[in-house]
Design a protein around this ligand. Structure first.
Ligand SMILES: Cc1cc2nc3c(=O)[nH]c(=O)nc-3n(C[C@H](O)[C@H](O)[C@H](O)COP(=O)(O)O)c2cc1C
Length: 192
């Protein structure tokens, strides 16, 4: 059996990009607080490979706080058009500031300013307050490059388990589970 889940992920991801009407890179990110209470939300995959699966966010968001307290996560892709899911689990690392700086510089100016304006996951009195903060940031950085907000950056989920699930007729679905082992990956099948 194959021993490289990353080649398989690349193949499925390429098919998803061709097949999905939007956001093939959208994935659910599950975290848990220090007491083990779970929470989940969507984020966008911004880089991936054998070293891990990367996303960007605000460190002071709910997910950021949970990852600081409990640096473990699970990711889930569901490509509906292909009737496939991929589940990824493992510890989480914060990548160096330089990585976040490089990516932030590629974002559109609106989303750069949005990152400054958003106090992600904190209570917001009304929409106007957010828009006013956006305008304040637009004026603050007028005529210059927008720097990366210091509390915004890149997390990497380092996979220990990767499961590929695909729909099969009569609910005889296929589940291929890759598990990190010393010196490589082992593959097995799971009952659906
Ligand atoms: C398709 C989609 C993609 C998203 N991508 C991101 C992302 O890459 N980073 C991010 O911080 N929030 C992203 N969000 C917003 C999050 O789902 C969430 O609302 C926000 O990060 C706050 O989550 P938290 O309060 O659990 O920290 C995305 C939402 C959707 C629906």
């Amino acid at each position: 059996m194959a021993d490289d889940p990353f080649a398989l992920f690349d193949a499925w991801f390429a098919e998803a990009r061709a097949a999905e009407p939007n956001d093939a890179e959208a994935m659910a990110l599950a975290t848990a607080d220090a007491d083990g209470r779970p929470s989940v939300r969507m984020v966008l995959l911004k880089g991936h490979g054998p070293d891990g699966f990367d996303f960007y966010t605000n460190f002071d968001s709910r997910k950021g706080g949970e990852l600081a307290a409990n640096p473990q996560a699970a990711l889930l892709f569901h490509w509906k058009s292909l009737r496939r899911q991929v589940r990824i689990e493992g510890p989480v690392d914060l990548l160096p500031a330089a990585t976040a700086d490089s990516y932030f510089a590629t974002r559109g100016r609106d989303s750069q300013l949005g990152a400054w304006a958003s106090d992600q996951s904190r209570p917001l009195a009304d929409r106007e307050t957010f828009e006013a903060r956006y305008d304040t940031m637009r004026d603050r950085f007028a005529g210059e490059d927008v720097p990366r907000p210091p509390r915004w950056g890149c997390f990497r989920v380092i996979p220990e388990r990767i499961e590929f699930w695909s729909d099969r007729p009569h609910r005889l679905h296929e589940r291929r589970l890759f598990t990190r082992a010393a010196g490589g990956w082992t593959e097995g099948l799971l009952y659906p």
